[in-house]
Design a protein around this ligand. Structure first.
Ligand code: NAD
Length: 247
């Protein structure tokens, strides 16, 4: 059933874009939702914005690149709420520079957030999920994790790694009834895409067989499904939500 009553859900990168829509979707389905932002101020702003729209969420801002910071926040959440049922590792940054212009620092930064943060979050929640004898970890991958992309090599590299973490942890944690899956969005209308000029967007739309750019809600729906009991026998999948786009 798509009912998350009594479920505690954590969404990283929940302050805007896809993550914000995931937060709203789970609240609509009666979950207790905790969003993580990159800074305290952005987390507070997002919680206030949600409140104005009629949604109640809780905000935190651990440093996702630092295991100790993540562990402390996860410990606090477990102490306060008594459960952690679903963790959605959604925070991410992209890249599009050619390799000559990409610095080692650019490459490391993208790996730190898109990959190390997924490891840190998973490592911190798994002991609690094992204690509960159930749990769901979901990661935001990307269609570039299937096809690569012609610039910004760190971004597809990081999303291939996310798929690797997903498939490996799915096998490691299945005996403990912890399911691990990923959603691989195509081109989704977040701030990044909404601000692109029309002459760039139109050919992009034409190249998508379903004839439109994805909405954050299209992606959120896939997370709802994978987190729900309807997906009880699904683990280790990378679910493409891309209208069959091929970049
Ligand atoms: P966005 O830029 O709107 O949101 C990114 C989120 O990540 C924000 O909530 C931000 O607070 C958080 N974040 C950024 N840097 C952070 C940091 N250092 N520490 C903690 N949090 C940080 O982007 P989005 O489009 O909503 O992307 C969300 C996820 O979806 C990302 O993992 C992205 O790679 C993936 N994705 C997006 C698209 C797309 O077309 N928009 C396509 C495929 C995959």
């Amino acid at each position: 059933m798509l009912d998350f009553k009594d479920k505690v859900v954590i969404v990283t990168g929940g302050t805007r874009g896809i993550g914000y829509e995931i937060v709203k979707s789970f609240i609509e389905n009666h979950a207790t939702v905790i969003l993580f932002g990159s800074r305290k101020e952005t987390a507070i702003e997002a919680v206030e914005k949600l409140k104005k729209e009629g949604y109640d969420a809780i905000g935190f801002a651990p440093n996702l690149n630092d295991y100790e910071s993540v562990r402390k926040t996860i410990d606090e959440i477990y102490k306060n709420y008594g459960r952690i049922d679903i963790v959605i590792n959604n925070a991410g940054i992209s890249a599009n520079k050619k390799i000559e212009e990409t610095t080692s620092e650019d490459f490391t930064n993208i790996m730190n957030l898109n990959v190390n943060a997924v490891f840190n979050m998973s490592k911190a929640v798994v002991p609690y999920m094992k204690e509960q004898k159930e749990g769901v970890i979901l990661n935001t991958s990307s269609m570039v994790s299937i096809y690569g992309q012609p610039s910004g090599v760190g971004y597809p590299a990081s999303k291939f790694a996310v798929n690797g973490i997903t498939k490996s942890l799915a096998r490691e944690l299945a005996p403990f009834h912890i399911r691990v899956n990923a959603v691989a969005p195509g081109i989704i209308k977040t701030d990044m895409i909404a601000n692109l000029p029309k002459d760039m967007i139109e050919p992009l739309i034409k190249s998508i067989p379903l004839g439109r750019i994805g909405e954050p809600r299209d992606v959120a729906n896939a997370f709802l499904f994978l987190a729900s009991d309807m997906a009880n026998y699904i683990t280790g999948v990378i679910l493409q939500v891309d209208g069959a786009a091929r970049n």
